[in-house]
Design a protein around this ligand. Sequence first.
Ligand code: HEM
Length: 481
Amino acid sequence: MSLNIFDVVNKIKSKVYKQITRWKRRRLHELANKIPGFRGLPFIGEIHKFSNLQLMDYTKKLMSYCENDNKITKAWFGPLLVILTENADCIHTILNSSHSLHKPSLFYNAFYMDRGLLAGNGEEYDRHRKILNKSFTVKLVQKLVPTFNEKSKTCVEKLKKNLNCDEFDAFEYVGTCTLESFSTGQLNYHEDLYDSNFMKYIDLTRPLIMKRMFSPWYNFKPLYKLSSLCKKLDEYFKILMENIENIKKSHFESSEGIHKDIVINLLMDKNNNFSEEELKDELITFIFAGHEATAISLSSAVLMLAIHQDVQKRVIDEINEIVGSTEEIDYELLSNLPYMEMVIKESLRLFPAGGILGRQTTDEMEIGGYKVPKGTALILSIFGMQRSAKYWGYDAHLFRPERFESENLKNVHPFAFEPFSGGKRVCIGIKYAMAFMKTFLINFLRAYKISSTLKFEDLTLDMVPTLIISQKYMIKIENRT
Ligand code: HEM
């Protein structure tokens, strides 16, 4: 039998490929063996421990892998090496390294927004981020404060029907106000979203995304495509897409007088070359990553104020002193509310919407004194770090805004607070979110005195996929004056 030149080349190629794969696996195991953690069962590693768990138990289990004295802990999910950590130095190293900028598809595929900023990677990600950074500069946020103010006032009006009634879930109002502020200010979309099907389907979609995210077997696409979960998610996303089409249509019909750098304008500007799919993925990203995280963080702060009456009193005293009764709120006023800022930060510390973050190594890198192989999934427990007594002292589990006074912060590890993530992939919306939350709190607290029968020590958490309070954000409101 004679071999031609192509057969020979192909045989050599396949041998070289096999050798490289073998060498890579050998290197992977050689490095992994030196990292402390769990070996798990042959082939499946730790996967069996996660089957049949409820979502929050899944997250708790995942976080429990970091609760030891190791800086990092390894676990195998089938052939995938996973490194887990809640160590502030390790988290800082990971967030700031160019070798761990990628998001692991294992968790982020579930979002239906592969090409958006949250889940995207590589050059396409860099291009998107560079363009969209323009929508979140201080200058643009300054211009959006009147919209935040107007929408917060609308929310205060809508809340009147709950005056002196039973407790209700503040998230329902805060969530809609957050989405309306974003859709008016950044998407040039002026619909009333209270009781809309847009809000309804965002709420319905959330737990399903979480289910997919934490079902590793659904990472195998053919299996996922056959599942009832896929059918439901496809159905809900179809409805969300119809809303997104309306947003685009409305902007197309009337974009007079709007700021050139708002999100929808940048996404639809032909010079920026966003394809239909990229545009859709970015809008879904902002709706899920942006609106959701802000609404949950603000709801947590509201609940903390309702539970801690002394803190609420200090915040309203500060508002009265600095803002007074003025109806016009501007960015400068917002920058001058130090106690309110401490309250928001303390709330973000205890209830970080992004409680667990994921990254993937694209090269070998050193973390906590160990060499971590290329292709490893990294799980960062921001929640664990921000509640650790090691960094925050014996009362780490308590709500105490004063810990953010500069004098007290001197004793805290400089990287132990990362509610917005960090490094190159830090949250794009920090200034936007802080300005919005403060504007809302000013209007809300000036109008209402809030209380709650929930006890701080009884609160438990769920993950959907953001970290939320299981008992909901139950508050009662009375007129302040
Ligand atoms: C208090 C409110 C917010 C919190 C706590 C928060 C938190 C976070 C966190 C932890 C991440 C990193 C996620 C990860 O790596 O998986 C992130 C990323 C992101 N956030 Fe926020 N966020 C908030 C508000 C916003 C707002 C208002 C927007 C935009 C409207 C926004 C848009 C984004 C985007 C696009 C990313 C991906 C950034 C990238 O990888 O380049 N976020 N946020």
